[in-house]
Each structure stands twice: as structure tokens, then as C-alpha cells.
Write a protein that binds this ligand. Structure first.
Ligand code: GYE
Length: 334
């Protein structure tokens, strides 16, 4: 008897879950097709957002932008910090599906492994918007759009600047690379773009490349190892400012002058990075804008209303040298 009850409980739970999903699907479809008829149609859009974590200055600025923009747009935001773990993001997305939010948005910590949960959202009739980072799903109907930067381009701009700087180098130029977290779109793409650009000069060689997880601590620790292992390091390419800032400590502790003994190139252009560039400790930054909130809320309203949106929306960005950083710093918001 006891055994039977134990067996029947999961069945009941499954049946309840199935009907919840079904109702969610019908309700969400009704909302986007007709603009009404949903289970809690109070006119207010609810967005479930799964954030990567809080690993960098960029991420903090991105989170602030999303929270402020949701409030300004009158969108109710359910926010979850996944602490850099894909499993936490999947859990958060499943919760949002169960809660029947109107729109799900997230910044995928890694590129792969999203098809199942994206399919669940699609089957429930909840539109998904990718922000900042993309997924490698072959089925592009699993999400409505991807709003974010062109990371390959950022890497290429960083590499092209270096090619120009070192065009008269007569011998080998040794480069070390601090990558973002393994499997993340910006880590894969920045590496690719940079590698392609520096191929223009065979003197430019990446002698070591390791993940520093986009954090200051990671950047410092890996740079310490690089400095121990390689007596001649001419250039550091860090996939974000924070790893570059962590590396500064390691470089200084090793008795070298950052920006002079070692040319430092980073990506992002958050305030602390721009300060290091203005101070001559960094030499070049390819910008990546974290201020995605206003566009995201706009897109959420459109997909909720059943409007077509472009499948890819690219963020505009620029690059900075030391002189340009000095000029831009006083007005830098993040
Ligand atoms: O460059 C880095 C952050 O995905 C573009 O993630 C973002 C990257 C950003 O941790 O600082």
C-alpha cells in the first residue's frame, strides 16, 4: 500500500505538470496572437531573466542596465543570478516556464547544450530572447532574436591594432592570452577574431593561452603562471578588462612595468579598464557595451505583441587608445 502511494505520487505530479505546461502554452499563445486571453492578463509584461553571474565590471553594469530598463519600461522582472553555472540557468528557465512568464531572456554562460530547455519554452509558447551571448543551436526557431555584440569583430579589432603597432618588429613578438570562461561565446569568438587578425604578421605568436574565467582573480593567477613559465612576454591579450586588471598585479609583482614592458590589450572598456588605459597601464581596449537593457525591453514588448523582430541585433561599439580613454573617461557611465 505504502509502496503504491509512493508510485502514484510522481504520476500525479507529472500529470499536474503536464496540464500546467499545456495551460501555459495555450495562455502564452493567446497572449501573443490576440493580445489578450492569458491566464493573468493584467496588461503587464513579466520577464524572467537568467544572468550569467557577477564575474566582472561588465556584468555588473549589464545587470544594472537590465533592472533599470525593466522598471522604466513597466516590465515586471524576475531576475536570477546563475553564478556562472549552466545548470542553474536551466533551472531558472524551467521555473520561469512554470510561472508562465510572458518572455524569457537570458545570457547563456556557454554556447552549447540549450536545445532541450529552449524547446520546453517554445512548447509552452513563451518567447525567448538571447542577450549578450548566443547559443550554438542549429534550430534558430528556438529563440526570437539575439541582441549583443560581435565578439569576433572585437577580437579582430584588437589583433589589427597589434599588427599595426608591431609592423616594424624584426623578431618574434611573444603573446600570452587570457581567455574568458571555457565554452563561452565571447571567449571562443574573441580568440578566433584575434587569431585571424594577427596571422597577417608571422612574427606575432601566441605562446600561451588559458582561461581566466573573466575574473580579476582568474586573470591574476593565470598571469602569475605565465610569468613564471615564459621569460619573454611582449604582449598580453585579455578577453576582458577584469582579467587584464588582475594581470596588472601579477606583472607589477614580477618587477615589470605594465603597458611598457608588456603591451596590454583588453576588451570591454568599463571604467576601471578605461582608467588603466588612461594611466598607460593598458595600451588598447576594444569596446563591448553592457547597456543592453533599453533594447531588450523594447524587444520584449514587440515579441509579446506578436510583432516580427530581426533575428540578430548587433550592439554598436568602438575602440580606445590611451588618448581616447583620457577624453572619454569623465563621461563614462559604467
Ligand atoms: O566581456 C565579460 C563578461 O559576455 C560580453 O562577459 C560578455 C562578457 C564580457 O564577463 O567582461
Amino acid at each position: 500500500m505504502g509502496k503504491m502511494r509512493m508510485q502514484s505520487a510522481p504520476w500525479r505530479a507529472a500529470a499536474v505538470l503536464a496540464s500546467v505546461l499545456l495551460v501555459g502554452g495555450v495562455a502564452a499563445c493567446g497572449n501573443s496572437d490576440t493580445g489578450g486571453g492569458g491566464s493573468k492578463d493584467d496588461g503587464k509584461i513579466t520577464m524572467g531573466f537568467s544572468q550569467v553571474g557577477a564575474e566582472s565590471g561588465w556584468r555588473t553594469a549589464n545587470t544594472t542596465s537590465i533592472k533599470e530598463s525593466a522598471a522604466a519600461a513597466g516590465i515586471e522582472l524576475k531576475f536570477d543570478d546563475a553564478q556562472q553555472k549552466q545548470e542553474n540557468q536551466i533551472k531558472a528557465i524551467r521555473n520561469y516556464i512554470q510561472q508562465k512568464v510572458d518572455v524569457i531572456a537570458f545570457s547563456p554562460v556557454v554556447e552549447s547544450g540549450w536545445d532541450t530547455v529552449l524547446k520546453e519554452a517554445k512548447d509552452a509558447g513563451i518567447p525567448v530572447i538571447l542577450t549578450d551571448r548566443s547559443v550554438d543551436s542549429a534550430d534558430k526557431t528556438l529563440y526570437k532574436t539575439f541582441l549583443g555584440s560581435d565578439f569576433v569583430k572585437e577580437g579582430r579589432l584588437a589583433g589589427e591594432w597589434l599588427v599595426e603597432q608591431k609592423k616594424s618588429a624584426s623578431g618574434p613578438v611573444n603573446i600570452v592570452e587570457l581567455q574568458g570562461n571555457t565554452g563561452a561565446a565571447p571567449a571562443n569568438d574573441r580568440k578566433k577574431g584575434f587569431g585571424e587578425a594577427i596571422a597577417a604578421n608571422p612574427n606575432l605568436k601566441i605562446i600561451a593561452s588559458q582561461p581566466g574565467d573573466f575574473t580579476r582573480a582568474g586573470g591574476k593567477q593565470v598571469m602569475e603562471q605565465f610569468l613564471k613559465a615564459y621569460p619573454k612576454i611582449d604582449v598580453l591579450f585579455a578577453h576582458n578588462d577584469d582579467m587584464g586588471l588582475g594581470a596588472l598585479e601579477a606583472i607589477t609583482a614580477a618587477g615589470k612595468t605594465p603597458g611598457k614592458d608588456i603591451t596590454i590589450i583588453t576588451v570591454d572598456a568599463v571604467k576601471d579598464g578605461m582608467q588603466a588605459l588612461a594611466d598607460g597601464k593598458f595600451n588598447f581596449i576594444a569596446e563591448c557595451s553592457p547597456l543592453l537593457g533599453p533594447q531588450l525591453m523594447d524587444l520584449a514588448k514587440k515579441v509579446h505583441a506578436g510583432e516580427e523582430v530581426p533575428p540578430r541585433i548587433e550592439t554598436e561599439e568602438t575602440t580606445f587608445t590611451t588618448e581616447q580613454a583620457k577624453e572619454a573617461l569623465p563621461n563614462r557611465k559604467y
